[in-house]
Design a protein around this ligand. Structure first.
Ligand SMILES: NC(=O)c1ccc[n+]([C@@H]2O[C@H](COP(=O)([O-])OP(=O)(O)OC[C@H]3O[C@@H](n4cnc5c(N)ncnc54)[C@H](OP(=O)(O)O)[C@@H]3O)[C@@H](O)[C@H]2O)c1
Length: 258
């Protein structure tokens, strides 16, 4: 007898981009613990991604790690072909229930020194990648599905060196608002989760004492955010109870800069 049948996401399928580590990994594991079959994507970190997929399978659900550069539309298209195979193998059905656009590339560079190539890359992965991931997911998403885009506190709080990165995340927040009515016709919700500082490879502030003190000083909840804090928020949005919740940005920053 399956121990997963009473779980909130039992029978659902999910695709989490950028889940070889950090926040994406925590989201994928949380959705799997809630009973979903979870495909994950990675860019370069194949071994880490395969290990995450194995961790997910150990929870009693199916998983696969799909390599794709989300800065390339051709690569996104190929990833969704691989996702189709997984969905059919995992469930016998082609439908996807939950898409989490989490993959992103960081850029911490003074505005006056940012190159065109750096700017293009951050927008290609963080904004264009989300748009085309959603475009490719659209026909695969089941009615009543969920699209969750991971944005950033940087869209409401200015930090020197983050201008291009923050603008790429701001583009996603606008995209979410624009897409919510389109997808609402099918009962699919589109929302952003906006993390504050979370202890991962990407967050350079938390790797320095000064940055860590600044982050803690500006937060209402005085502790360093962990990837699991965001995984839990995404699971909250993914559940059936959150069906009346679309086009929004959920601040998940421990009450930063209130
Ligand atoms: N950490 C924070 O403080 C913080 C705060 C606000 C928002 N966020 C957002 O939270 C999300 C996760 O960030 P994180 O902190 O967990 O970062 P992370 O540890 O650097 O992980 C990023 C993930 O994205 C993948 N990725 C990067 N570029 C990719 C590409 N071109 N194609 C496919 N996958 C790619 C990486 O995989 P590979 O190594 O395999 O390429 C990795 O799995 C991002 O959207 C980030 O902007 C983070």
């Amino acid at each position: 007898m399956s121990t997963l049948s009473g779980k909130p996401l039992h029978g659902k399928t999910a695709f989490v981009t950028g889940a070889s580590r950090g926040i994406g990994r925590a989201i994928a594991l949380r959705l799997a613990r809630d009973g979903a079959q979870v495909a994950i994507n990675y860019g370069a970190s194949r071994e880490e991604a395969e290990a995450v997929a194995a961790e997910i399978r150990a929870l009693g659900v199916q998983s696969v790690a799909i390599g794709a550069d989300l800065g390339s539309v051709a690569s996104i298209a190929q990833a969704y072909v691989e996702l189709d195979r997984f969905l059919l193998d995992a469930t016998g059905q082609p439908g996807l229930d939950i898409l989490v656009n989490n993959a992103a590339t960081g850029l911490f560079a003074p505005t006056l020194e940012t190159t065109e190539a750096q700017f293009d890359r951050v927008f290609d992965v963080n904004a264009k990648g989300v748009f085309f991931s959603i475009q490719h997911a659209a026909a695969r998403l089941n009615d009543g599905g969920r699209i969750v885009n991971i944005t950033s506190l940087s869209t409401r709080m200015a930090t020197e060196g983050l201008a291009a990165y923050a603008a790429s995340k701001g583009a996603v927040e606008v995209l979410t608002r624009q897409l919510a009515p389109e997808f609402a016709r099918r009962g699919i919700t589109v929302n952003n989760v906006s993390p504050g500082a979370i202890e991962t490879v990407m967050n350079k502030f938390l790797q320095q004492d000064e940055g860590r003190a600044f982050v803690l000083g500006s937060q209402a909840l005085k502790r360093v955010g962990q990837p699991e804090d965001i995984g839990d928020v995404v699971a909250f949005i993914a559940s059936d109870d959150r069906r009346w919740f679309t086009g929004t940005t959920l601040d998940a920053s421990g009450g930063s800069h209130l």
